[in-house]
Design a protein around this ligand. Structure first.
Ligand code: FEO
Length: 405
């Protein structure tokens, strides 16, 4: 892989992971990249590392630009192993380098690798490092998305190296947004941004808003945003700032995701007239079968839609296990600004819809009650009721959606 000069004397020296389909449990159908950046200056500086498996790739890339033994600074913006996993190998070819990292990052890094013998300096927001023609400014971004996280702003290059923030799991031969959009549709890029945000950053919307406001207040001139995954925002960096601001404010499509599972197809049979009712009210609708869908995809579809209906059979008086797992994942992501409801089939005592409704309320989301239950298999009359339930829900979605206009 050739390096790419993203700004004069600043090089992408990362790795493209075309093969990864399971990223710590999340599906990555488009692979990903691990981006790190080399600044050729009086003090040669490497910003970030890569995943352990790609240590030799990035070292080979670095060697295309400089002798690694000439690197004197390593900036560690984030210690998660997809970025810091190769630090041991990298430090072995540049043992004289000083690591710059947050205090929390230093403590965390010591848990992952043996840092004995390495020079480590901790930095905090407001600190800077002059390396010659360039000055690096550090800005901590705690819990975006780990406690150690920070970003590095290269003032003279108007470049923000943003670690995970603004990234996407997207392996591509293009390095820049304008290059990518010359070959692929915008939807593909935006969908990857939303997938990443939904599964990783959903809990941190308010922190994101505050951090963007802080960056604006600092008056930083930024004409390129270089995240640690996916494409670099060069053609239109404002696009990703706007997307993040809007998602943090709760932007969603006027649409319903029906997320369900089924035992003997009864709950599944309910989804069809419910979907028809939603559609006939002019609201978009996608039907997601949990058993056939990776969890991170179901979470993405939840995030993209203004509202979600959860369909669950009753099994032993409680929700179906896959539906409970969906709520388990979703609850951890602390969703906001979404409307939900529940439906399902039961055989005798019921309980699945009740438990799903309680799970929705526990997350603090708005809910349309009562949920809809039918006994055993839906009759023709039940299907008409399902259709009306879908229409009612869609009407409520349209009303609720107006709050976000
Ligand atoms: Fe891409 Fe938080 O690591």
């Amino acid at each position: 892989m050739k390096t790419v000069e993203i700004k004069p004397d600043i090089y992408w020296v990362g790795a493209i992971d075309w093969a990864v389909r399971d990223f710590h449990g999340y599906v990555t159908p488009h692979g990903t990249t691990y981006n790190n950046y080399l600044i050729k200056d009086a003090q040669v500086t490497l910003v970030d590392s890569v995943k352990h498996d790609f240590a030799s790739t990035t070292i080979a890339n670095i060697k295309e630009v400089v002798d690694p033994s000439k690197i004197v600074n390593l900036i560690v913006n984030h210690i998660e192993p997809d970025h810091a996993g190769a630090i041991g190998e990298i430090m072995s070819v540049m043992p004289q380098a000083t690591i710059y990292i947050t205090e929390r990052g230093k403590k965390g890094l010591e848990r992952y690798v043996d840092t004995a013998g390495w020079a480590i300096k901790t930095v905090k927001s407001g600190d800077s490092l002059n390396i010659g023609k360039h000055t690096l400014h550090f800005l901590e971004t705690p819990m975006l998305h780990w406690p150690d996280s920070m970003v590095t702003y290269v003032k003279e290059a108007k470049l923000l190296i943003s670690q995970d923030a603004f990234g996407q799991h997207l392996a591509t031969s293009q390095r820049f947004d304008d290059e990518f959009l010359g070959c692929y549709p915008l939807f593909e890029l935006e969908d990857s941004v939303k997938d990443y945000y939904a599964n990783i950053l959903m809990p941190f919307g308010q922190l994101i808003k505050a951090k963007i406001a802080e960056i604006v207040k600092l008056g930083l001139e930024i004409d390129m945003i270089a995240p640690d995954h996916g494409i670099i925002w060069r053609g239109d960096p404002g696009r990703i700032i706007k997307m993040y601001s809007e998602m943090a404010d709760g932007k969603a499509d006027l649409a319903v995701a029906i997320v369900y599972d089924t035992m003997w197809h009864s709950t599944e049979l309910m989804t069809v007239p419910i979907m028809e009712g939603i559609k006939d009210e002019g609201v978009g609708c996608k039907v997601i079968t949990l058993r056939a869908t990776p969890m991170s995809v179901a979470i993405k579809e939840f995030w993209k839609a203004r509202a979600t209906l959860v369909g669950t059979p009753t099994l032993n008086n409680v929700m179906f296990p896959s539906v409970a797992e969906f709520f388990y994942h979703l609850g951890g992501l602390r969703p906001k600004n979404r409307l939900m409801g529940a439906f399902g089939s039961y055989g005798w005592g019921g309980g699945g819809v009740k438990e799903a409704s309680e799970a929705i309320k526990k997350m603090g989301l708005e809910i349309m009650e009562p949920g809809m239950q039918i006994i055993y298999k839906p009759t023709a009359e039940d299907k008409i009721k399902c259709y009306e339930f879908g229409k009612d829900f869609a009407c409520k979605v349209k009303e609720y959606h107006k709050k976000f206009d």
